[in-house]
Design a protein around this ligand. Sequence first.
Ligand SMILES: C[S@@+](CC[C@H](N)C(=O)[O-])C[C@H]1O[C@@H](n2cnc3c(N)ncnc32)[C@H](O)[C@@H]1O
Length: 293
Amino acid sequence: MSTSDGPRLPDGLSTAEAASRFRALQTLHLDPPAMIDDWAVFLLAADEREALRGEAGRTELAAHRGSFAISGVGIGSLRFAEDEVLAAVASGVEQYVVLGAGFDTFAMRHPEFAGRLRVFEVDHPRVQALKMERLAAAPPIALVPHFVPVDFEVTTLGPELRASPFDPTKPAVVSWMNTLPYLSPGAIEATLAELTAVLAPTSSLLCNYPCKDVPVSDAQRAVMRGLGASVAARGEPFRSRFRPEDFVALLAAHSFVIDLHLTEHHLNERYFAHRPDDFGAGVPARLVRAYRA
Ligand SMILES: C[S@@+](CC[C@H](N)C(=O)[O-])C[C@H]1O[C@@H](n2cnc3c(N)ncnc32)[C@H](O)[C@@H]1O
């Protein structure tokens, strides 16, 4: 299969691994954690895991303090997706597709769903290969995800999903969190078209997207510029941003009806109120829940 330059795992970490590493650090050292993700700790490189449980981990987390405002959006979005997926499963949905899954740990953290929920993790093959390597060295998991290798820039999602045990006749819940900024507008549109074709009506899509033309302070702009420079250095530059009204129109054009459109303020109310520290969603963010009409 040909692949784009995509996440090329240069000498630094890919964004998938960096996001998971941050979840591990805050699980170990933030009190209380913004998200309890013990499996992110298992997915750390084995030779670093013990050191990061101690002072080295505290120091590394402290170095991230300047970008907590962005991590709050990432973690808040994952928590929102998880709440929605749990509700979907409770209502009988049996398939969960995680687009741009990276080192997502939903399947590992929910052994209780083994046998009644199929989880499909979609990401770049090189990222999946590293994740599988780390999982092979971790404790056994009850709910083993189906790995569906897709480079959104060059591969068509539909055939890859159809070639897996995914059942297009049954409703699914799909999440696509913290990934759209890294994709070209063409890849996002193509993937939405594939979702429209492969998802049964009533399936739901949960995703966040990078917004433009919304109010932003100088401090927020500076934090976002810093992240932009950092991810570009990892070989995964920001490539897409949307005006909220354009994103609504894009989903509508692909038969998705949005019934929830949230901001960073909703994430803070839901997940980060009453924290003893400054962790929270501190930059403009937009998240949607949409249904396949
Ligand atoms: C910031 S990470 C987020 C991962 C995960 N959703 C999370 O929140 O931790 C962005 C993800 O997009 C994936 N990605 C970026 N470009 C891609 C491409 N062309 N094809 C497939 N996946 C891609 C990366 O591999 C990575 O897993």
